[in-house]
Ligand binder design. Structure first.
Ligand SMILES: *Cc1c(COP(=O)(O)O)cnc(C)c1O
Length: 429
């Protein structure tokens, strides 16, 4: 597609967008009587219009059926979570047996580490991004301590080359090679939250597993954003949250993927609770844990139904389209935003740098813009003009045009606002 920074072009692109109508399924927040340009779906996705109705239906069930709601008819709370798993075939490329919908991302990371990080005196290191999300860092550090190890000796952080922002695949692979006898685990983000870089997940997985190293991914920024084939790629485990691209509400329920080759193994060490117990005998309430022979065997507790309901409302919208269609629009929408930013930056000599890879196969929806000399002031001007983006210290604005509800026209309008924001500002006296 040849992009033009014009209203006409943007309008035509929206008219030709086969999934343009999906925007109508979401509440778009307004400020000063005008809908905002919401580019923050990578942080908190918008609320689907069907969410509150479905939540109210569960509230009604609780009011009217109370405890009987656990085992009452279709949508009974007892196995509500099972109705959500099939959506993940398309979203992450997993069979229902490989998916558990539970807890929150960081909790699930600890649970997965309890199973998949089993350090020995020879193999105990963990390869991670130097720029990993802090919660992931804290989880990995304390997992090392849990085993009586010193995090400084366990964690092998991968840094970009000097003066660069993103990691080269060859550098990741050579780090794996360099530590091949001492690495127990490679634990990376699918997409880095700060730079928006999408790693070559199959190549990394293949390289690590060929050396006997376990591979896990944090999909917080990848699930619902890019095309994933976790089963086919043979990834050992993954975790994600559902409130970013998956629009399931603040602090919404998380997910875990356990590859079939492990999920069926009820003998794997884990931290257990009664909801992971073999369902046929769970209510005999006997001591001695017996795991369910699929990813549900990692469940601890009975489910937060209101949270699952929000998740279901969002997944139903994903069910109206496909990840392939979303991704096709997303690559265009983000490329359009990148082209407009580059053009404005050049025309106005603004000194902005998009640090996210320019190649579509190395990024999702998000663009991270190093604001250079503009600094946080640029972010503040954009915010006042109705752009919802976010600021990440020390100097980055993240925007994520999201294919489910953002439009080409919004990207064009964003460019207009950016152009104005980069004009010399009137002096404040
Ligand atoms: C958003 C995000 C989290 C958040 O973790 P929660 O347990 O859901 O609070 C963790 N890791 C990454 C990489 C994230 O982007």
């Amino acid at each position: 597609m040849q992009f033009e920074n014009t209203f006409d072009f943007a309008q035509k692109a929206d008219q030709q967008d086969p999934i343009n109508a999906l925007r109508n399924h979401f509440h778009i927040p307004s400020e000063n009587g005008k809908p905002v340009i919401y580019f923050c779906g990578n942080s908190l996705g918008l609320q689907p219009k069907n969410t509150s109705g479905l939540v109210e239906a569960e509230m009604q069930k609780w009011r009217e059926l109370a405890v009987k709601g656990h085992f009452c008819g279709q949508g009974q709370w007892y196995d509500f979570h099972k109705s959500l798993k099939p959506f993940y075939q398309d979203i992450i490329g997993a069979t229902p047996e490989e998916v558990a919908i539970m807890n929150n991302l960081t909790v699930n990371l600890h649970l997965m580490m309890a199973t998949f990080y089993r350090p020995t005196s020879q193999r105990y290191k963990i390869l991670l991004e130097a720029g990993a999300f802090p919660s992931d860092y804290y989880a990995l550090e304390t997992q090392a301590q849990q085993h009586g190890l010193d995090p400084a000796e366990v964690l092998v952080p991968l840094s970009p080359r000097p003066g660069e922002h993103i990691l080269h695949t060859e550098d990741i692979l050579s780090a794996i090679h360099q530590h091949q006898d001492s690495l127990a685990l490679v634990m990376l983000g699918g997409i880095n939250y700060y730079t928006g870089q999408w790693f070559d997940m199959p190549a990394i997985t293949q390289a690590a597993q060929s050396k006997g190293i376990v591979v896990g991914f944090d999909l917080a920024h990848a699930a619902g954003n890019v095309l994933l084939q976790l089963h086919d790629w043979g990834i050992d485990f993954a975790v994600w949250c559902t409130y970013k691209y998956l629009n399931s509400g603040p602090g919404g329920v998380g997910g875990a993927f356990v590859h079939q080759k492990h999920a069926q193994n009820t003998q794997l060490h884990r931290l257990a609770g009664w909801w992971g117990y073999d369902e046929t005998t769970r209510f005999q309430m006997q001591p001695g844990f017996k795991a369910i022979a699929n990813a549900d065997g990692w469940q601890l507790a009975n489910h937060a139904i209101l949270s699952l309901t929000c998740h279901k409302a969002a997944l139903e919208i994903f069910g109206k389209t496909s990840m392939a269609a979303l991704r096709a629009k997303s690559t265009q929408l983000t490329a359009y935003a990148a082209a407009i930013i580059a053009q404005i930056n050049e025309q106005q000599g603004a000194g902005l740098t998009i640090i996210t890879p320019s190649n579509a196969s190395e990024r999702g929806a998000q663009l991270s813009i190093d604001t250079g000399k503009q600094g946080k002031r640029l972010f503040e001007i954009l915010s006042e003009a109705g752009v919802v983006a976010d600021w990440r210290e020390p100097n980055v604005i993240r925007i994520a045009p999201t294919p489910l509800y953002n439009t080409f026209e919004e990207v064009y309008q964003f460019g207009q606002i950016l152009t104005n924001a980069l004009q010399p500002q009137p002096a404040t006296t």
